[in-house]
Design a protein around this ligand. Structure first.
Ligand SMILES: Nc1ncnc2c1ncn2[C@@H]1O[C@H](COP(=O)(O)OP(=O)(O)OP(=O)(O)O)[C@@H](O)[C@H]1O
Length: 280
């Protein structure tokens, strides 16, 4: 079954392939990423099976589902990080702003600039707080003068809600910060190159509740500028932060809907069981 699964509560016309069953009336609907019949194998083992999904700009989309169902694998398809894993083969289409991400002529470095990533475990470089943010913009020639670089570092740290906590110790190691601060530093590092999309793979699972709430608030703020796709095992978090939610199961997208609908009236028994904690 795929995301075209009709609601068992209210019969509805089938949506277009890839679109949520019900659209969120309050959200933007400019398309960012279009995925069609995307399958992936690790060697002989199939991990993703004919995924179809449209992801909208400047919204938060949450990917939920039991462990091993393919959420992180899917996330990595969006910035071609699976290319780094030997034995991976991919079939199907991932289009970003109308361009085929897997096209031979697609520049992977440029793609990863447009699609930033934040991981489960904060992973600052073993460099200063300042350098963690300044390095990528310099690599991509986004800044030429030192003053521009300083401005960009301050801007990214402010956007990530970290500036006030670090402005007097910019030259201390990034690793000297707390876990929650390190994660915000990683977010500052991601946004410093002005990506279109930020992928977040369980960004708060290693954090305490207060740091988690700070990151959730930040996601809400950042979605005004960026398209955010986040993997989470925390159903409350998905309900709080996501405009749209996709439920994965055994490498398939079983249901895709606006989050309120998904949580109040899931269209499939599997999604309902998962959301209500009956399995997973
Ligand atoms: N590098 C890899 N090589 C081989 N198999 C892999 C690799 N990465 C993931 N897999 C397999 O692909 C399937 C999907 O894994 P994936 O990590 O994408 O799931 P997930 O939904 O993100 O899981 P979790 O919620 O536990 O992080 C699993 O069966 C997993 O064992």
């Amino acid at each position: 079954m795929n995301i075209q699964a009709a609601s068992r509560h209210t019969p509805q016309p089938a949506p277009e392939v890839g679109q949520p069953v019900t659209r969120n009336a309050n959200a933007h609907h400019e398309l960012s990423i279009r995925v069609r019949d995307l399958s992936l194998w690790y060697g002989e083992t199939q991990a993703l099976n004919k995924l179809n999904i449209d992801i909208y700009q400047k919204n938060v989309t949450a990917l939920i589902g039991p462990s091993g169902c393919g959420k992180s694998t899917f996330l990595r398809c969006l910035n071609r990080m699976n290319d780094l894993i030997p034995g991976v083969s991919i079939r199907g289409l991932v289009e970003m702003d109308g361009r085929d991400v897997n096209a031979v002529k697609m520049d992977e470095v440029a793609l990863r600039r447009r699609v930033g990533m934040v991981f489960q475990k904060p992973n600052p470089f073993p460099k200063s707080i300042y350098e963690n943010v300044a390095y990528a913009p310099r690599m991509h020639d986004l800044v030429s003068r030192k003053s521009e670089q300083d401005e960009l570092v301050e801007h990214a740290l402010r956007e990530a809600g970290l500036w006030n906590e670090v402005k007097d110790k910019l030259h201390q190691p990034g690793t000297s910060l707390s876990g929650g601060q390190q994660q915000r530093l990683c977010i500052a590092r991601a946004i410093a190159v002005q990506p279109d999309v930020i992928l977040m793979d369980e960004p708060t699972s290693a954090l305490d509740p207060i740091s988690t709430a700070t990151i959730e608030d930040l996601m809400d703020k950042l979605k005004k500028q960026f398209t955010i796709i986040t993997v989470t095992h925390n159903m409350q978090q998905a309900a709080r932060v996501a405009d749209y939610t996709a439920f994965f199961h055994l490498g398939e997208i079983i249901e895709y809907n606006d989050t309120q609908m998904m949580f109040s009236s899931p269209a499939t028994k599997k999604a309902e069981d998962y959301i209500t904690g009956r399995y997973g």
